[in-house]
Design a protein around this ligand. Structure first.
Ligand code: BJW
Ligand code: ZN
Length: 248
């Protein structure tokens, strides 16, 4: 039997399934991944300049403009066939959870509820100084293009600069999100890991944590990212083709 057939049977006979997703699931919606050599964001930008608290302190307008641009890209994008699979599987009566590293909202827009965002989300900013969540008006979200510098708006409570509520390097993951993810990952029967390079910890440990807790692990990726475990299946291909095929 092929890995595809085994994966399909495992998925359709499981009572509880977790989809653990990375940038690759949104790539076919037109949102660039981080590390792909040609189209990846980091082939063109230096993450040290943009995705750390030090970078924000040094050049808040560059970093704020960069996230406005990425938010704009996200609002222009539509969920693809892969994003629709968790809610389709949930509709068949299984317990289905989505744990994502992505800061976009394409899982939600594809009908998944209770999505756990391990690296935060683009939807709501927070204050860099007092950490309180903040809301923005539409005109504060306008951005003309890639690389534009925009002064971050100020916090109404303490006048600190607003930052996106995403997780930068060396920052802790949101405590509740991590705790909820651990509960899901250690109790599911199947974990489907989609479109992630498995480089950025602690999220990268999730597939191994699921395996150690007894789950079957199914990887879906353009490249072989398997970990060499007997309870693991590697499906090489694009998420928008492989995931829907699993439900057939
Ligand atoms: C497809 C496809 C298709 C493509 N179909 N597949 C040294 C110094 C400082 C820190 C560290 C250090 N060494 C280790 C650390 C820890 C660090 C870390 O892991 N760094 C690594 C780079 C080594 N982690 C952290 O800092 C975390 N915090 C932490 O550990 O705190 C404790 C601590 C304190 C003090 C010091 C050290 C530790 C926080 C991590 C936060 C990650 N943040 C980002 C940015 C979020 C905001 C934003 O988007 O701007 O999260 S980085 C970026 O990577 C983003 C992603 O969620 C994350 C993972 O990337 P992902 O999703 O896997 O994407 P890619 O591009 O890597 O892969 C795409 C995959 O899809 C590929 O495999 C393709 O093949 C595949 N694919 N198209 C199917 N159509
Ligand atoms: Zn504040």
């Amino acid at each position: 039997m092929s890995d595809m057939q085994r994966a399909s049977i495992a998925l359709q006979s499981a009572r509880s399934v977790v989809f653990f997703t990375g940038a690759g699931i949104s790539a076919e919606s037109g949102i660039p991944t981080f590390r792909d050599k040609l189209a990846g964001l980091w082939a063109r930008y230096d993450p040290q300049r943009l995705e750390t608290a030090e970078a924000f302190r040094a050049n808040p307008a560059l970093v704020w403009g960069w996230y406005l641009w990425r938010r704009h890209q996200t609002t222009q994008a539509q969920p693809n066939a892969a994003h629709l699979v968790p809610s389709r599987l949930a509709a068949t009566g299984r317990q289905v959870s989505v744990v994502t590293q992505n800061i976009d909202d394409l899982h939600e827009r594809a009908g998944s509820v209770g999505v756990v965002h391990l690296h935060g989300s683009l939807a709501h900013p927070k204050c860099f100084a007092c950490h309180r969540p903040a809301e923005l008006s539409e005109e504060q979200l306008v951005v003309q293009g890639d690389g534009e510098e925009v002064e971050p708006p100020r916090c109404r409570r303490c006048n600190g600069k607003l930052r996106p509520a995403v997780v930068w390097f060396k920052e802790d993951l949101p405590r509740t999100a991590w705790k909820t993810a651990m509960e899901m990952v250690t109790t599911c029967q199947v974990l489907v890991s989609v479109g992630t390079s498995g480089i950025v910890t602690p999220a990268a440990d999730i597939p191994e944590i699921a395996l150690a807790a007894g789950a079957t692990l199914i990887h879906v990726n353009l490249e072989d990212v398997s970990l060499d475990n007997a309870n693991e299946l590697m499906l090489i291909g694009s998420a928008s083709e492989v995931l829907p095929a699993l439900l057939k």
